[in-house]
Design a protein around this ligand. Structure first.
Ligand SMILES: O=C(O)[C@@H](O)C(=O)CO
Ligand SMILES: [Mg+2]
Length: 259
């Protein structure tokens, strides 16, 4: 049976961020993930995790200047110093929060930019990150984002992140298989789950095409949850969906899996 982590960036949005931890535990989750911890000192988040006996299973490196269209800086040529400072800061939070996985945000690539230079920059920064995180046994993840939700991100297809993972070629670098993005871009989710088991070390779910609870739309999640068991997936499944209404009202699908 898959292990589900609440996503505190998309679920429980009706509450202030810090109050989402209690709501998550009350709803029966044992783990959480979120995009960014950096608005809060690590001790504040740590206290919430401990108080509610929650494990933090994933967060991201910083996004850069989101208002200017950035979504990560690790692939931007000339921004290496900032990218590496973000990587160092993510390591500090991961250690303080006992988190075993960090998603390293690549970047959006402006139209007309030198794509090869972005990829080379990303590979170099990932080598730096892999070396910094390896002594602590923390995994680094790459995630493909569909171009409707996030136009111009460095990679949109699972096959691009798998190729990038091979190019980076470090033992603690894997992909993060977000099945919502994968369905919009690649389809054939059964093949992705079966064929690449071991290369993805984190899963995220949402319905497609509307990114709501995993109980509607074109993806048959109960089939995929069984398939994850069949291929021996023992990582977390992050609930990165935007609830149709109040989060708790949409948790019927989760009832059989609650702690
Ligand atoms: O799917 C997403 O959007 C997230 O998992 C993320 O980490 C960055 O966009
Ligand atoms: Mg995702």
């Amino acid at each position: 049976m898959p292990k589900f982590a609440a996503n505190l960036s998309t679920q429980f949005g009706e509450l202030p961020f810090i109050e989402r931890f209690a709501a998550t535990a009350n709803a029966g989750f044992r783990a959480v993930e979120f995009l960014f911890p950096y608005d809060f000192p690590a001790e504040v988040i740590k206290a919430e995790l401990e108080k509610h006996q929650l494990e933090l299973v994933l967060f991201n490196t910083a996004a850069g200047n989101v208002q200017a269209g950035e979504w990560g800086v690790s692939a931007i040529p000339g921004r290496e110093q900032e990218a590496r400072a973000d990587i160092d800061r993510a390591l500090e939070y991961a250690l303080a929060l006992n988190c075993q996985q960090v998603h390293v945000m690549a970047a959006t690539v402006p139209n007309g930019a030198d794509r090869a230079a972005y990829e080379e920059t990303f590979v170099r920064n990932m080598h730096y990150a892999a070396e910094r995180f390896a002594p602590h046994g923390i995994r680094l993840l790459l995630e493909a984002l569909n171009p409707v939700t996030k136009p111009n991100y460095l990679y949109a297809s699972q096959y691009q992140t798998l190729a990038m993972m091979a190019r980076i070629d470090r033992a603690n670098v894997f992909t993060q298989l977000d099945l919502f993005h994968a369905q919009l871009v690649d389809g054939n989710l059964t093949h992705l789950i079966r064929e690449y088991a071991g290369r993805y070390r984190h899963i995220q779910i949402a319905s497609a095409p509307h990114r709501h609870e995993p109980d509607e739309g074109e993806i048959n999640y109960s089939y995929l949850f069984d398939l994850l068991d069949e291929v021996g997936y023992d990582g977390w499944v992050g609930c990165e969906y935007i609830p149709r209404g109040r989060t708790e009202a949409g948790l019927g699908w989760f009832a059989p899996y609650a702690k």
